[in-house]
Design a protein around this ligand. Structure first.
Ligand SMILES: [Zn+2]
Length: 166
């Protein structure tokens, strides 16, 4: 399903289990996460409806490296992949994007602030933090999650774009 969030942000969500995929139409379209492999055909179809071919995508930002977020990287051969390991480069390439390290759900979780929109991956699923990412996974760190939530509490933004819909 395609939902337009702002004049230049679209949220793609799927029938099968997967993260949401966000399309940010900057100068060139940027993807935030790519969903799980199971939704490949639905993802391609949705992108086509937005007049985007896989080769048009030159940048992908991953909120973290879980299979339901990174499953379709191989479709985008022209894309540079940005993640936890090169956050400085994200801010350099896209000065409007501010990257926050928010470990807890996974050690490599990041949130991305873009204008008044927060892309929160699996860190938080609602603005009030009633729904947060799992911290019972082997790579989770509940204590780090607490600190990350504290960090997000003080952040000013209007629209939340979470990794999964509640
Ligand atoms: Zn995850």
């Amino acid at each position: 399903m395609i939902k337009q969030i702002t004049p230049n942000i679209w949220q793609l969500s799927f029938k099968t289990f997967s993260s949401c995929v966000y399309v940010v139409k900057n100068l060139e379209p940027i993807l935030i996460d790519t969903g799980s492999k199971e939704v490949e055909s639905e993802l391609l179809k949705n992108l086509k409806e937005l007049y985007i071919e896989p080769e048009d995508i030159t940048s992908i930002i991953l909120t973290h490296n879980h299979y339901d977020h990174n499953g379709n990287l191989n479709l985008f051969q022209n894309a540079k992949i940005y993640s936890f390991i090169n956050t400085k480069e994200i801010e350099k390439s896209f000065p409007d994007f501010k990257v926050l390290s928010t470990p807890g759900h996974s050690h490599d979780s990041i949130c991305i602030l873009y204008e008044d929109v927060l892309f929160s991956g699996d860190t938080i699923f609602d603005k009030n933090h009633n729904y947060i990412g799992r911290t019972d996974l082997p790579e989770s760190n509940p204590k780090a999650m607490k600190q990350s939530l504290e960090k997000l509490k003080n952040l000013k933004y209007k629209i939340l774009c979470p990794g999964h819909l509640i």
